[in-house]
Write a protein that binds this ligand. Structure first.
Ligand code: NAD
Ligand code: UDP
Length: 324
């Protein structure tokens, strides 16, 4: 199955110090892989991987993957997860976001080709933009504003998918594309601006929850362990077209805010702010493909995942982390 080592495959994970990259690294190590984590810490946190210090199956390289990647090692799998992912982050780093989605994807695909390794790229539901089809199937081509504030992220990921398919079709690289829908859980940054850490941090510190717009826009939140399980299954499949991984349980952002107040027992109020430009009005994955192909569907109920996440952020707030 693996070219270099059946017993202990070698995986490269870019973005390994980030939220999802660090959970993926843990899963791969638990599956018996050796992992080389690569990150430049632009939005990552060393705390996400410090539990791996001294683990002989894990090695870390600080590197910007938008620059050429040289690795003397054999490599069996490349997982390209490096990219700012929060709207606040990619608005702050639009050029780095475009570079890691384009040059970083090209470099990591080149690495996979050179090493004859499998390749999996973390794409996104943002490829569907502000969708005119609901729920979103993989066959939907999307409704993206290329020159709006989210364009740097959306178009970088759409380019990354096109580049990945070109390496598959032209060079025969064994590629997979996962379109990730809103995922939450421990290790998100309290101040990364995404709605999950923002609302939980605000609720835990008695600040108003900042609802953008009237809160009628919807999202569908997936707990991180479910997502990582779907991604691991996809990495072992022979499927090359994009696959949605996410939780179809959809709610409005206002309902989400109310749920956070309830689960934290906070006395915070809701405060309404202007809706950012091009903010998608609805989002929910159609996961028929993942169910059929991978036998995957999410297992963690929202009430369970959110309690675990709140406990993690309670610890961060107690440790003095700043809230958005
Ligand atoms: P994150 O910001 O926590 O992690 C991204 C990691 O990539 C960080 O550690 C960052 O330092 C690193 N990175 C960024 N640019 C880099 C570069 N040029 N070189 C090396 N490292 C670099 O974000 P996340 O939520 O863990 O997202 C991980 C991946 O999943 C991203 O590609 C993102 O687009 C994708 N994704 C995430 C979600 C979600 O809900 N979390 C949804 C859709 C897609
Ligand atoms: N949002 C909000 N208040 C916040 C942060 C986000 O109302 O403090 C909204 C945002 O406008 C969007 C949804 O929550 O409609 C999800 O935002 P997030 O940044 O988590 O991710 P997105 O799905 O937009 O990429």
């Amino acid at each position: 199955m693996f070219k270099h080592s059946q017993a202990s495959p070698i995986s490269v994970v870019t973005g390994a110090a980030g939220f999802l990259g660090s959970h993926l690294t843990d899963r791969l190590l638990a599956e018996g892989h050796r992992v080389i984590g690569v990150d430049n810490f632009i939005t990552g946190n060393v705390a996400n991987i410090e539990h791996l210090a001294g683990n002989e199956s894990f090695r870390f390289i600080k590197h910007d993957v938008s620059n050429f990647i040289y690795l003397p090692d054999d490599v069996d799998c490349v997982f390209h997860f490096a990219s700012p992912a929060s709207p606040i982050d990619y608005l702050e780093y639009p050029i780095q976001t475009l570079k890691v989605g384009s040059l970083g994807t090209h470099n990591t695909l080149g690495l996979a080709k050179d090493k004859r390794a499998r390749y999996l790229i973390a794409s996104t539901s943002e490829c569907y933009g502000d969708p005119l089809e609901h729920p979103q199937k993989e066959s939907y081509w999307g409704n993206v504003n290329p020159v709006g504030p989210r364009g740097c992220y959306d178009e970088a990921k759409r380019f990354a998918e096109a580049m990945t398919m070109a390496y598959h079709r032209t060079h025969g690289v064994d590629t997979k594309i996962v379109r990730i829908f809103n995922t939450y859980g421990p290790r998100m940054r309290l101040r990364d601006g995404r709605v999950v850490p923002a609302f939980i941090g605000q609720a835990l510190t008695g600040k108003p929850l900042t609802i953008f717009g009237d809160g009628s826009q919807t999202r569908s939140f997936c707990y991180c362990s479910d997502l990582i399980d779907g991604i691991f299954r996809l990495s072992q499949s022979d499927f090359h077209e994009p696959v949605n991984i996410g939780n179809p349980h959809e709610m409005t952002i206002k309902q989400f805010g109310e749920a956070i107040i309830q689960h934290t027992g906070s006395s915070s109020k809701l405060e309404f702010r202007p809706l950012p430009q091009d903010d998608p009005k609805v989002r929910r994955p159609d996961i028929t493909r993942a169910k059929t192909l991978l036998g995957w569907e999410p297992r963690v109920a929202f009430a369970d995942g959110i309690v675990k996440t709140i406990e993690f952020f309670r610890g961060r707030v107690a440790a003095g982390d700043l809230v958005a």
